[in-house]
Every structure is written in structure tokens, then in C-alpha cells.
Design a protein around this ligand. Structure first.
Ligand code: NAD
Ligand code: UGA
Length: 459
């Protein structure tokens, strides 16, 4: 089966970067990324590469190389589906906000819409690749819809979950630990393998049955999130006992069975996927009546929620049990460094908690737009949109955010925060000048020498 044309439905954080790299490494294949969101497509087509809708280090160079050559971004969804030999489905699969499974199950309406659209438009055989993260057995739903077109067209469905992390998406795509392909048809699996083997060593391309592949994606995220919650739970114990969580993480991480990665204590994990995929796993386990399994994984989310509110409470307690009318500077709003993505960012929840105590917040993040910050808060619907704008301001630099602040909190581990002129910040803040380091980013000793009152998670 020779693949000449690929279409990807969904031009988001996964579809955009993933297809850019596939196109870069397979110049003989035409890759078209489509989306219903016309603005997003217009942004992917921006001449000025600093304005691409997704910020990822190295993405601009990949887009510059492939766009217009064999990589295209378009709103012509039907045309692109019709022409393609292989279709990646890379649409969002958020947590359901209504009906059965509300707040836990994955909402598959966008996936089903894609399957129906493919069924309606197709006139030739196609391989359908699930790139989105979906509940185990979703391929059966897609296949069922495609098998009822009455047109006698052959469709093969593959699962090919994506493991890239934001902020390092291009490095992860260029050098993946593994590529996972689940499927039933050997030729279809081979066709997809060939695309990856343009740059990934063959031994790193693993194939499994469909259900193992679908489930492995949820399990991988659950294990990663569990590590963060595990070390975060220990950070609280460190604070109570005088141990230092970085030292504990280093000491246990030297055991090769434990490993040193993903043991950085923080104000809590964020991002669009960890919580969503854990909730989905919990929901699936409960739907099979596996309540002990569900309870076990649910605890990972509970610890994460606890960590976020614990950090906000620490700020309040330290600042003499009230933040009413006090200004608190937030450095960082993104859920991690090197991304403009704010979905489920811990900063949103910490801000919401402090705003409930009538604090004033001034935010600086080097990559997040002002409107995004307000949208994130408005979405919680804790107070009116006007109140959010009255209580929280967005600043263009860290010094303006810190000016006149009673306290300053680090919410994202942007490298540039380490290089700030902290002596200057001290002079513009109210005294005592409190720093709450939710990322253990700064040199606490140096800041204490400068006269700050410094608190870091897990110390
Ligand atoms: P996203 O919201 O950034 O992008 C999804 C895009 O799909 C949106 O632009 C939306 O307009 C578009 N879309 C939805 N329905 C459509 C339709 N019927 N036709 C055309 N376009 C449509 O989401 P994302 O972060 O790219 O995530 C996509 C999937 O990948 C999710 O299942 C997610 O769990 C998974 N995933 C995400 C990451 C990540 O780092 N963000 C990593 C691995 C896997
Ligand atoms: C995560 C996984 O790492 C990817 O493999 C997966 O593809 C992706 O989810 C997904 O399915 O969406 P991502 O959420 O982009 O990637 O970023 P991570 O680096 O995993 O960080 C997630 C959150 O955990 C961030 O808020 C980060 O600050 C936090 N974290 C991570 C810690 O607090 N400590 C750590 O040691 C590691």
C-alpha cells in the first residue's frame, strides 16, 4: 500500500507539530492538515513564523522547511479527506461536561463527527489513524461507522497514540522513545511503519493489537502523572520533617529501578491531558466495576488538587492569614515552560483560590496572551468576568508585575526568571518581601541573603 497523500483532521498542539515533522521527513508525501477553525488555519499559514498558533522550540524551522513544499494547512476538510490515502484523526477529546460520565468520561463527539465525515466523503480505500487519545475500544466505534457506508469501500483503522510533551514537541518527534502502532491489518500497519521509519530506527516502532495500543496511551499518562503526585505528596512530608524534596528525589532517583526523571516537585501538574486521561481511566475502570482500580488512580488527581490548594493556603498563611487587598505577583501562567498552552495550568487554580480571598494579582508570562489568562479564569465561572478583570492585571514584564507587590509566586519554571535582577525586584516590592517558589526554580539562599522571605515547595 503506497501512501502518497496524508490528511490530518485537527490542527492543534498535536496535529500541527506531528504532521510538520512527518512532512519534513517524507518530502515525497503530500501532507494536508485541516481544521474547522479558520483562524487556526490562517495562523498556521502566517508568513511570520513567530505567529504560529502553537509555540514550540524548533517548530518554526520545520514549518519553514516543509510548508508550501509538501505541507499544507487548509479549511477544506472534505476535499482533503476525499483525496487522502491515509487520514490521521487528531481532534480534541476533552472531558465530558454534560450527561452520563460528566466530569470524567472522554467526550468523543468530535471523533464520531470525523468518522461520519470520512464515511460520507470517501470514494476510495483509506487507512484511518487514531492520533487523538481515546478510551480503549474506540476503534470499534470508528470501524462500525465506516463499515456502514454502503459504498463497499475498504477502511483499516489503526491506533497510533502520540507521546510528545509540550515544550519539547519537536525534539520528542525527531527522537521518540518509541512509536506505537496498534492494528489488525498487517499491510496497513506496514504502511504507517514506513512513514515513521523515514527517520525512526525500526526497533523503536512497536506494534500491538488495537486495544493494547489504545490503553497504553492512557496508562503511560497515568504512570507519569502518578510520579508527579507521588513526589508532590512527599514534598508536604518534607516540609513537616525538615527533609528536602530535591535531595530525596535525587537519592531515590539514583536507584535504576526508580529512575531520576519526572520527580520534580511542583505546585501541581497541569496540561490538557494528565487530568483528562486519568479521569477517563478511572471512568473506564468503574464502568467495568473495577472500583479498587478506579479509587487507586483517582487518588493521583486528589493529591494534585491538594497540592494546588496547599500552595495557595501557604501564601495566605505566610502573609499573616490575609491577602485581602494585597498585591501578589505571578511569574508564569503556562502549565510548564516553553509552551504558550495554559490548559489546566496550576496557576489558574492558585489564582482563583487567592482571588476568592480578595487578593489582587499581577501576572507576567513571556508567552501567554492577556486574553487567554482572562478566558481561563472566566471559564471557572467563580465570579463575574468584570470582577476577574478588576482583581487581576496582566503585565508585560516581571518588574512591572512585582512593583508594589506584597508577595511574588513562581508558577511556571521559565528559565528567564532565574536571570531576573532580584535585587531590583526587592526594592520595588513591599516589605517584608515574600517569594513563594512553586517550581523550586530560584536560588533560595541567594534570595534570603538579599532579604527576601523565601518559601519553596518541599523544603
Ligand atoms: P487541540 O484542541 O489543540 O486541537 C484539536 C483541533 O481539532 C482543534 O483545532 C479543533 O478545532 C479541531 N477539530 C475538532 N473537531 C474537528 C472536526 N470535526 N474537523 C476538523 N477539525 C476539528 O488538541 P490537541 O492538544 O492537539 O490534542 C488532540 C488530541 O491529542 C487529544 O486527544 C489529546 O488528548 C491528544 N494528545 C495531546 C497532546 C498534547 O501535548 N497536547 C499529546 C499527546 C496526545
Ligand atoms: C504529557 C506527557 O509527558 C506526554 O508523553 C504526553 O504525550 C502528553 O502529556 C499528552 O498526552 O498530552 P505534557 O502534559 O505536554 O506531556 O507535559 P509534561 O512534561 O508531561 O508535564 C505535565 C505537567 O507535569 C506539567 O505541569 C509539569 O510542570 C508537571 N511536572 C512534570 C512536574 O510537576 N514534575 C515533573 O517532574 C514533571
Amino acid at each position: 500500500m503506497e501512501i502518497k497523500k496524508i490528511t490530518c483532521i485537527g490542527a492543534g498542539y498535536v496535529g500541527g507539530p506531528t504532521m510538520s515533522v512527518i512532512a519534513q521527513k517524507n518530502p515525497h508525501i503530500q501532507v494536508t492538515v485541516v481544521d474547522l477553525n479558520a483562524q487556526r488555519i490562517a495562523d498556521w499559514n502566517q508568513e511570520d513564523l513567530s505567529l504560529l498558533p502553537v509555540y514550540e522550540p524548533g517548530l518554526d524551522a520545520v514549518v519553514a522547511e516543509a510548508r508550501g513544499r509538501n505541507l499544507f494547512f487548509s479549511t477544506e476538510v472534505e476535499k482533503a479527506i476525499h483525496e487522502a490515502d491515509m487520514i490521521f484523526i487528531s481532534v480534541n477529546t476533552p472531558t465530558k461536561t454534560y450527561g452520563k460520565g460528566k466530569g470524567q468520561a472522554a467526550d468523543l463527539k468530535f471523533i464520531e463527527l470525523c468518522a461520519r465525515q470520512i464515511a460520507d466523503v470517501s470514494e476510495s480505500a483509506k487507512i484511518i489513524v487514531e492520533k487523538s487519545t481515546i478510551p480503549v475500544r474506540t476503534a470499534a466505534t470508528i470501524k462500525n461507522i465506516l463499515d456502514h457506508t454502503g459504498k463497499g469501500i475498504q477502511f483499516h483503522v489503526l491506533s497510533n497514540p502520540e507521546f510528545l510533551a509540550e515544550g519539547t514537541a519537536i525534539a520528542d518527534l525527531h527522537n521518540p522513545d518509541r512509536i506505537l502502532i496498534g492494528g489488525e491489518d498487517a499491510d496497513a500497519i506496514q504502511a504507517l511503519k514506513k512513514i515513521y521509519e523515514a527517520w525512526v530506527p525500526a526497533e523503536r516502532v512497536i506494534s500491538t493489537n488495537l486495544w493494547s495500543s489504545e490503553l497504553s496511551k492512557l496508562v503511560a499518562n497515568a504512570f507519569l502523572a502518578q510520579r508527579v503526585s507521588s513526589i508532590n505528596s512527599i514534598s508536604e512530608l518534607c516540609e513537616a520533617t525538615g527533609a528536602n524534596v530535591d535531595e530525596v528525589a535525587h537519592a531515590i532517583g539514583q536507584d535504576s529501578r526508580i529512575g531520576s526523571k519526572f520527580l520534580k516537585a511542583s505546585v501541581g501538574f497541569g496540561g490538557s491531558c494528565f487530568q483528562k486521561d486519568l479521569l477517563n481511566l478511572v471512568y473506564i475502570a468503574r464502568s467495568y466495576n473495577l472500583h479498587a482500580v478506579a479509587d487507586y488512580w483517582e487518588q493521583v488527581i486528589k493529591i494534585n488538587d491538594h497540592q494546588k490548594s496547599r500552595f495557595a493556603e501557604k501564601i495566605i498563611q505566610t502573609m499573616y492569614n490575609t491577602v485581602n487587598g494585597k498585591k501578589i505577583a505571578f511569574l508564569g501562567w503556562a502549565f510548564k515552560k516553553n509552551t504558550n498552552d495554559t490548559r489546566e495550568s496550576a496557576a489558574i487554580y492558585v489564582a482563583d483560590h487567592l482571588l476568592e480571598e480578595q487578593a489582587n494579582i499581577a501576572v507576567f508570562d513571556p508567552k501567554v496572551r492577556e486574553e487567554q489568562i482572562y478566558e481561563d479564569l472566566d471559564y471557572l465561572a467563580t465570579r463575574s468576568n468584570d470582577e476577574n478583570r478588576a482583581l487581576l492585571q496582566v503585565q508585560d514584564d516581571a518588574y512591572a508585575a512585582a512593583d508594589g507587590a506584597h508577595g511574588l509566586a513562581i508558577l511556571t519554571e521559565w528559565d528567564e526568571f532565574k536571570e531576573l535582577d532580584w535585587a531590583k525586584i526587592k526594592t520595588v516590592m513591599k516589605k517584608p518581601a515574600f517569594i513563594f517558589d512553586g517550581r523550586k526554580l530560584l536560588d533560595g539562599k541567594k534570595l534570603q541573603e538579599l532579604g527576601f522571605v523565601y518559601y519553596a515547595i518541599g523544603e
